[in-house]
Write a protein that binds this ligand. Structure first.
Ligand code: NAD
Ligand code: DAU
Length: 348
């Protein structure tokens, strides 16, 4: 089986690529990635020489390239993760999100449909999406697969749109698809613009920890390898035309999570307890900030038997250790363009 994984040089994609390359030596894995600021082949150094792994540098917004790659390689299945993924960047540049997340997804759908020539036997378009398409919850309730889409940011609107296109290709052309909507991921190799790796990096460097608004926003956190394991399961056992929500029933208010992170970092860095908390700085809120996300993951649990393998404390512990042990990786990704982004975003 020839599997195209898009966005495989990014955070979640690199974990999915590694899992498939190692677990399924009889599959040919093609990692297609444009290597934007978020894509980093260092994430895959340990598997880059495997005989069942090929890297293709390409941009999914390029229609001609997508068509010819599908013709050339005759991929059987697609796991589509390539996207612009950061909400703050989407507020500053919505069009970049429309181009990659909407147009790029439609280009891939067209290329798959054309190469498969309407013969969809054993074919699959697996679309990786987010819980943010459901909008914001109040203090109670959970996102279910049947919850109406109600996206609030340019990022979530672009992801919602791409989900709709995938469904539409299923209904209109019979393209076999499955969609998963996952909650916030954390773990090794996450780019330090997202909350957890940004704050780990700032604590290491004694920089302020910019908590948006009052910090009482809630997210539902899942260890990235548990997300990759869920993707593996849905890829092999999921029902066509279905959506599965993925989450760890693990809600944290940002401020509580940041305090836990500070405590763990103080211990690991040998700093007196309470040192890192002094770095907390409440800053201007994110416009349109969604109050709360929380996933009801009972469908994937009941139907496919998936559940997270680690607790949040364990996952966070592994994640912090990885960042502390991989200072080179952090140095490489936080040099150059990252500094410009950081200064502009946090006006420092
Ligand atoms: P990421 O930003 O770390 O990685 C995205 C990857 O896509 C990068 O390697 C980048 O180079 C590549 N890419 C971007 N534009 C491209 C283009 N035009 N053509 C080809 N490649 C391109 O993102 P992530 O956090 O790993 O998220 C992966 C997917 O999972 C996204 O679709 C995202 O919406 C979804 N998701 C993320 C989370 C999360 O918490 N991070 C949660 C749920 C769903
Ligand atoms: O829910 C899934 C989504 O989770 C994914 O689809 C996105 O790709 C991913 O980026 C993530 O989106 P969030 O906006 O929830 O993640 P982020 O890490 O940017 O922010 C998490 C929370 O922390 C959010 O409430 C905003 C807050 N925050 C974030 C940053 C970067 C801060 O308070 N300060 C910050 O500097």
């Amino acid at each position: 089986m020839k599997i195209l994984i898009t966005g495989g040089a990014g955070f979640i994609g690199s974990h999915v690529v590694r899992l498939f390359v190692e677990k399924y030596p009889h599959y040919d894995i093609y990692n297609l990635d444009a290597l934007t600021y978020a894509g980093n082949l260092e994430n895959l150094k340990d598997i880059e020489d495997r005989s069942n792994y090929t890297f293709i540098k390409a941009d999914i917004t390029n229609e001609t390239t997508m068509m010819s790659l599908f013709e050339q390689y005759q991929f059987d299945r697609v796991i589509h993760l390539a996207a612009e993924s950061h909400v703050d960047r989407s507020i500053n540049d919505p069009l970049a999100f429309v181009k990659t997340n909407v147009l790029g997804t439609v280009n891939l759908l067209n290329a798959a449909k054309s190469a498969w020539n309407d013969d969809f036997q054993n074919k699959l378009f697996y679309h990786v999406s987010t819980d943010e398409v459901y909008g914001a919850l109040g203090e109670t309730g959970l996102f279910q697969e049947t919850t109406a889409y109600d996206p609030n940011s340019p990022y979530s609107a672009s992801k919602a749109s791409s989900d709709h296109f995938v469904r539409a290709y299923g209904e209109t052309y019979g393209l076999p698809y499955v969609i998963t909507n996952c909650s916030n991921n954390y773990g090794q190799h996450q780019f330090p613009e997202k909350l957890i790796p940004l704050f780990i990096n700032n604590i290491i460097n004694n920089e302020p920890l910019p908590v948006y608004g009052d910090g009482h926003y809630t997210r539902d956190w899942l260890y990235v390898k548990d997300h990759a394991a869920a993707i593996d399961l849905v890829f092999h056992k999921g029902k066509l035309k279905e959506t599965y929500n993925i989450g760890g029933f693990n809600e944290w208010k940002n401020i509580d999570l940041v305090k836990l992170l500070c405590q763990q970092m103080d211990r690991k860095l040998g700093r007196p307890s309470g040192t890192s908390e002094t770095l907390i700085s409440f800053v201007k809120d994110r416009p349109g900030h969604d109050l709360r996300y929380a996933i009801d993951a009972s469908k994937i649990n009941k139907e496919l038997g998936w559940r997270p393998s680690v607790t949040f404390e364990e996952g966070l512990n592994i994640t912090i250790d990885w960042y502390l042990d991989n200072a080179d990786w952090l140095d490489h990704v936080t040099s150059g363009a990252y500094r410009d982004y950081y200064l502009k975003q946090y006006k420092r």
